[in-house]
Design a binder for this molecule. Structure first.
Ligand code: UDP
Length: 331
């Protein structure tokens, strides 16, 4: 039997990573997941239990070294492991630096002499901060507003630098507001879908920030997973691409689609009124297109709403307490 193509997915037990693992296994790959399980959950891959082509290694990016067996014969590397969320990044910036920047540099150094076909990095649209232009293109100004955004952006520069200096075949995807089944439900406040779906399950009102007219480029997770594989397969290297849905959707539209009462909570400092990716480049150079409309995506997520039953239930007061440092430092 011919040798299977081998992929390594860091953060493969996380939300986006687990969907990418599903796609790669469906493509017939042998997949090794590296995850320190600090926020990733094994349950995210429970449906793959018994699949002999999936190997989950619990380890930290900072503990990796070049001779490690798990790098043997790897064709593609997808680097999604990172600490997420804004508030804890403001409270613990050095933890974010260590995980997101040092962790990425250590992974790159470990791979430097391996003959991999592609290294694809999960970058964040938060590098654009509050943009001047919508839709926002890859070349527009970078203005990270908080440590999470800064560390994801610094790590992207490391990735591109490794491509330039050591000829590692790298690619970076700047992801815009990814949502879908298994969207994060860690203890910290963040990611609107986890907050709203848990509120819906309890019949509690949706905590709408500001007037709810702000919009986000909500991109469905299976489209994002396909963008990673499309980028890996492409002969191009050293390129950065936005990955978005082709549209931008208000929080009021989201609460209408979900259905339920609302309460309003204060607008947060440093938060853009709109995120909207210009996806001309990825369309033209990679031929990638988003396929799942916002209404379809919300419908699909509602079919799996039970996943959020264990998620923390937020209300106006607990959000005010949890976001105190946000208002203190970013105002
Ligand atoms: N949002 C909201 N209520 C919440 C949490 C978030 O209305 O309890 C809004 C927030 O103002 C933003 C959008 O949902 O416009 C997405 O927020 P998230 O924190 O998921 O992502 P980001 O702000 O980083 O784009």
């Amino acid at each position: 039997m011919p040798q299977k193509t081998k992929a390594l997915v860091t953060g493969g037990c996380g939300f986006i990573g687990s969907h990418l693992v599903d796609l790669l296994l469906a493509e017939g790959f042998d997949v090794t997941v590296i995850d320190n399980l600090s926020t990733g959950r094994r349950e995210n891959l429970a449906h793959q239990a018994g699949n002999q082509h999936l190997h989950i290694v619990q380890t930290d990016l900072n503990d990796l070294y070049p001779e490690q067996d798990l790098f043997e014969g790897i064709d593609y590397v997808f680097h999604l492991a990172a600490l997420a969320d804004i508030v804890p990044s403001i409270e613990r910036p050095l933890d974010y630096h260590r995980a997101n920047v040092n962790g990425t540099a250590n992974l790159l150094a470990a791979l430097q002499h391996r003959p991999i076909k592609k290294f694809v990095y999960a970058a964040s649209s938060s590098c654009y901060g509050i943009p001047d232009r919508f839709p926002t293109a890859e070349t527009d100004d970078k203005r990270p507003q908080y440590p999470y955004a800064l560390t994801k952006y610094l790590a992207e520069q490391y990735v591109m630098h490794w491509g330039q200096v050591y000829q590692l075949p790298v690619m970076s995807l700047r992801l815009f507001n990814v949502y879908g089944p298994r969207s994060r439900t860690s203890g910290t406040y963040g990611a609107v879908f986890g907050v709203f779906l848990r509120q819906k399950l309890s019949g509690a009102p949706f905590t709408v920030v500001g007037d709810g007219k702000q919009t986000r480029d909500f991109t469905f997770v299976t489209d994002v997973a396909r963008a990673f594989w499309t980028a890996a397969r492409s002969p191009l290297r050293g390129e950065i691409f936005n990955v978005g849905s082709g549209g931008t959707y208000s929080i009021n539209l989201l609460t209408d689609l979900l259905g339920g009462e609302k309460v309003y909570i204060p607008k947060r400092p440093g938060e853009p009124d709109c995120t909207f990716a210009d996806i001309t480049k990825i369309r033209q150079l990679l031929g990638w297109e988003p396929r799942v409309s916002f209404a379809q995506g919300v419908e699909r997520i509602l079919q799996e709403i039970d996943y959020w039953r264990d998620a923390p239930l937020w209300d106006r007061d607990s959000i005010a307490a949890a976001t105190r440092s946000w208002f203190t430092y970013l105002s």
